[in-house]
Design a protein around this ligand. Structure first.
Ligand code: SAH
Length: 344
């Protein structure tokens, strides 16, 4: 049985034609899928013969919801979903004044191995399909009964390590016949897979890009982010400059502050020197502590101090708002907790 959430409109058209139906049926079907329907029976404008045929070989599957935790502070909800093959992925729903945001995972696990991150502790299991990314959004819309206005690809996984499915995901969710989310409603975060940054500027010049920086010296960055050994700052920063020149879009540098590792005065100085004059914005994140890693957070007060200093020296900076503080720490921890439970 094929899950139709993994097809673009043109791929649905091929399917519909192969079933002997007129091409316009694909648009109807696509429209229903993005209205959240999971049963062909509910698609009132499709003829009975076609519905029967669809039921023989296709489904529109929601993911299995394993757990949901809701914050009593700000309404943030963290979802743990099980994929058809048993792997679990985490997604987060956040309510902001300008709309609802969903943070999705792009891979089960991750192979980037950042020292402070929970998602990579068990390595990469596999890439998610576009359909599995789409499902995270559609199922959260269904669970919350609220529309999703903004999608951030900042959950488990390195989206640029799964570029093909990431691209399909964005294009399908952007299609005006379905979810119709504007290109500017997406934000993709990468640890810095340099060749993909240029490609992304070509393919998706309107999509927001965030770069996980976390250290401003080669030595410091290589110590906590193995990716820096393949794509050091000396090639990453020029690639980001090329990106901003080409797209004229401001990039966000994410900087998770770790006590004694990247929050010292000399680290702030190096950060300032590295990014000054760039079309960028620095997002300072007090580290979410992951007990397995042993790293300690620099705390919000230090984050605010660094933020003020950067701003004073002309580098736009903010401290990331903490959402859902009462319902678990860092991204990836829900999934990790769950996999431990299954192992034990
Ligand atoms: N692989 C992509 C996207 C997923 S991670 C990337 O690296 O950008 C999303 C963001 O959360 C990244 O900036 C990542 O470095 C950060 N992050 C990971 N673990 C964290 C932790 N324990 N505390 C704070 N931020 C963390």
């Amino acid at each position: 049985m094929e899950n139709l959430r993994n097809r673009s409109l043109s791929e649905l058209e091929e399917l519909v034609l192969s079933m002997g139906q007129p091409k316009f049926r694909a648009k109807q079907l696509f429209g229903w899928i993005y209205k959240g329907k999971t049963s062909f029976r509910e698609m009132h404008n499709l003829p009975e013969v076609f519905v029967k045929k669809l039921e023989e070989s296709c489904t529109i599957d929601a993911l299995e919801l394993v757990t949901v935790k809701e914050s009593s502070l700000d309404g943030t909800r963290k979802f743990l979903f099980r994929l058809a093959d048993g792997n679990a992925v985490e997604s987060v729903f956040m309510r902001y004044k300008y709309g609802n945001s969903v943070c999705i995972s792009s891979q089960a696990g991750c192979r980037m191995g950042c020292a402070f991150c929970a998602s990579g502790l068990d390595g990469l299991v596999r890439n998610l399909t576009a359909g599995e990314m789409i499902s995270q959004v559609l199922d959260i819309e269904r669970e919350t009964g609220e529309p999703v206005n903004h999608i951030v690809v900042m959950g488990t996984g390195e989206p640029f390590d799964n570029y093909h499915e990431l691209s399909r995901f964005i294009r399908i969710m952007n299609d005006k016949n379905g979810a119709n989310l504007g290109m500017r409603s997406f934000t993709v975060s990468t640890c810095g897979l340099v060749p993909k940054i240029a490609r992304f500027a070509e393919d998706f010049p309107q999509v927001n890009l965030a770069i996980s920086l976390h250290a401003a010296t080669e030595e410091g960055r290589s110590a906590i982010m193995p990716v820096n050994r393949s794509y050091p700052l000396s090639v990453l920063i020029p690639a980001v400059k090329e990106y901003t020149n080409k797209t004229n879009r401001r990039v966000t540098f994410e900087f998770a502050l770790i006590h004694g590792v990247n929050d010292r005065d000399e680290d702030v100085e190096a950060l300032y020197k590295l990014v000054k004059g760039m079309l960028c914005h620095v997002n300072l994140i007090p580290l979410n502590e992951v007990s397995e890693t042993g790293f300690v957070t620099a705390g919000r007060a230090r984050a605010r101090e660094i933020c003020e200093e950067l701003e004073r020296r002309g580098v736009p900076a903010t401290v990331r708002r903490q959402m859902g503080a009462d319902i678990d720490g860092a991204c990836g921890q829900l999934r990790l907790e769950n996999s431990k439970k299954t192992v034990e």
